[in-house]
Design a protein around this ligand. Structure first.
Ligand SMILES: [Fe+2]
Ligand SMILES: [Fe+2]
Length: 156
């Protein structure tokens, strides 16, 4: 499947600045989570567009974290920061499992609410705790390398 950027303003501007890009992605994911809840009340094309966003930009975002950001942090961080990264990875897995349930057709309001609530809570931790760890341990060369990988991932 070809993955393209859809579902909001192209993140090109922030791709040069990975921390800002992570935060910008979080704001867009929050918008889509709100749309997802609303789309449940009035089913139609909207829900397909929201799914398309999570299948493309949502996947890129998690890959940015798990493949470009976390591996650079791991050799440098403290034990408590390692625990944070492990816990964020576990949250990715549980969010992906909840999303897979929805994508497979379970559209109960309860399942959607659980996904939305968990994703919001995850983002809130990353906005504060992960961003602080990134600011503490990543230098300009790391950020440039992460930026290059983010662009490659998106075919830019
Ligand atoms: Fe994450
Ligand atoms: Fe994130």
């Amino acid at each position: 499947m070809e993955i393209v950027n859809i579902g909001g303003p192209a993140p090109k501007n922030t791709l040069d600045a990975p921390i800002e890009h992570v935060l910008a992605c979080h704001r867009r994911i929050e918008q889509k989570l709100d749309l997802l809840l609303r789309a449940m009340e009035t089913p139609g094309d909207e829900i397909a567009r929201v799914f398309q966003f999570f299948d493309t930009n949502g996947v890129f975002h998690t890959q940015d974290e798990e493949e470009s950001i976390f591996p650079r942090l791991r050799p440098r961080v403290s034990a408590s920061e390692t625990a944070l990264l492990d816990s964020l990875c576990a949250e990715h897995e549980s969010i992906e499992a909840l999303y897979a349930r929805l994508a497979a057709g379970d559209r109960s309001l309860e399942s959607v609410r659980e996904l939305v609530d968990r994703y919001h809570a995850h983002i809130a931790r990353e906005d504060t705790e992960l961003v602080a760890v990134m600011q503490r341990h990543l230098d300009d060369a790391d950020l440039r390398a992460i930026s290059r990988e983010m662009k490659q991932r998106r075919g830019i």
